[in-house]
Design a binder for this molecule. Structure first.
Ligand SMILES: *Cc1c(COP(=O)(O)O)cnc(C)c1O
Length: 431
């Protein structure tokens, strides 16, 4: 039985880690707010996930895919010149070095292996900017599964290279033509297709959002990020970090880094969302900073109020962060104060993006640059020997056109003396 001291400390550790109840609620958040036809398929999925999750052979299969297909473990890289500039030791968790250049593959591999175990023949997914569609098409090819990717007609036009990538890997791109012809249309039509083919098809969701069990399952498959980082930082520095930070759209790369450190009370965590042109404007995706709890996409979670941002176009510089909700576990972590949420604006994000390129020869995704922008605000204010892990969720090669367009816009605004981009509110160091 061991000594009681030890047992109680293990128990305390578990209590600090947020586990949803059997209905998928993280406190008041999450759950399963779905139409009747989705209840049985989601129950089947929950049961299968919980059964296979701890199965030795499944774990070995997944470990092999991480290593052999994605190229994990990704390095924990000491950004020495950026560290010197910021006045703290900054380590980058290099998720940009995964196959396909981002963390999204971690989740796609896990779910696709589960689909195969469940005897499904086809993967269905929705995609907005196309990154999740590309990662899903890749794992479907790898495992020999059929694959339909639903994509808004408008997004297909805007993100045409990703349509070609998906098709090259043998998947079908199905244009979603309802409503605004963007992500919402793609989600609706993909779910409709899943319900119609539920015996053969598996619905592969791309972030830690949606009805139970997706937030729990996506966290599980993305936690490889934090598990590796926790081991690597102890090997390299002999201690845990003071701060973890990651960008948050749906919240999957952030929860993947944070979760394995959740019980380490001394480790602070900050999620950074997109302030776009400013949180008081109608162009941002700052869910936590401006939103209120409500039901969206099958879950109860913080959500930007309808009508408070413009209905058209992009709400921030990074397509991957342009989501009006956030994973339900993050909502609980905000309320409990375990994680702090900040918002970074397009202009400071561009500056942080350029700095990482110049200091380290690494072009980060514009999404990941939001976490870097948060750190730049604190330049020179960090305590001595402060150790930070930043999740570099993806590489920025995909972002060249957006960067060029937006840099020119920002330059023009500045030349006109316009301060359009006010960024996020400033709130100092979290310690
Ligand atoms: C999709 C994406 C994100 C945002 O998704 P999360 O679920 O919040 O992690 C962040 N970074 C990159 C590079 C992405 O492709």
């Amino acid at each position: 039985m061991g000594n009681p001291q030890e047992n109680s400390s293990i128990e305390n550790r578990e209590n600090l880690v947020s586990q949803p109840d059997e209905n998928g609620f993280f406190g008041p958040y999450g759950g399963r707010f779905v139409p009747e036809p989705l209840v049985a398929p989601l129950e089947e999925l929950t049961e299968a996930f919980l059964r296979h999750r701890d199965d030795e052979i499944f774990r070995e299969e997944l470990a092999r895919e991480y290593l052999h297909y994605s190229g994990r473990p990704t390095p924990l890289y000491h950004a020495e010149r950026l560290s010197e500039y910021l006045g703290a030791t900054v380590l980058l968790k290099r998720e940009d070095l995964n196959h396909l250049g981002a963390h999204k593959l971690n989740n796609c591999l896990g779910q696709a292996l589960l689909a195969r175990r469940m005897g499904k023949k086809k993967i269905i997914a929705e995609t907005g900017a196309g990154q999740h569609g590309v990662a899903t098409a890749a794992v479907a090819a790898r495992l020999g599964l059929a694959c339909d990717i639903y994509m808004g007609e408008e997004d297909m036009r805007r993100q045409h290279p990703n349509v070609t990538r998906i098709e090259l890997m043998g998947a079908r791109v199905v244009p979603a033509t309802s409503g605004d012809k963007t992500l919402t249309a793609a989600v609706d039509e993909a779910i409709g297709a899943w319900v119609a083919e539920v015996d053969d098809a598996y619905y592969l969701l791309g972030s830690a959002v949606g009805p139970h069990p997706y937030p729990l399952m996506v966290r599980h498959f993305q936690s490889i990020i934090g598990q590796e980082a926790r081991r690597q930082v102890q090997e390299q520095f002999g201690r845990l970090p003071d701060l973890l930070t990651a960008c948050a759209g749906g919240g999957s790369n952030a929860i993947g880094l944070f979760h394995p450190f959740m019980a380490d009370e001394e480790v602070k965590m900050v999620g950074v969302e997109a302030a776009g042109s400013g949180v008081t404007t109608d162009r941002h995706a700052a869910t936590m900073t401006t939103g209120k709890p409500s039901v969206i996409h099958g879950m109860n979670t913080y959500c930007i109020e309808e009508g408070s941002v413009t209905a058209e176009g992009n709400h921030c510089i990074a397509a991957g962060l342009d989501y009006p909700g956030i994973g339900p576990e993050h909502s609980l972590l905000k309320d409990t104060g375990r994680v702090r949420y900040e918002a970074a604006g397009d202009r400071e994000v561009i500056a942080a993006f350029e700095n990482l390129c110049r200091f380290e020869g690494i072009i980060p995704a514009l999404e990941s640059s939001h976490a870097l922008a948060y750190l730049e605000r604190l330049k020179g204010e960090f305590p001595a020997d402060y150790l930070i892990i930043v999740n570099l969720s993806g590489r920025g090669d995909k972002d060249m056109d957006e960067f060029i367009t937006r840099r020119n816009e920002v330059d023009r605004n500045e030349a006109n003396g316009g301060g359009v981009d006010e960024g996020g509110p400033r709130s100092g160091l979290f310690c």
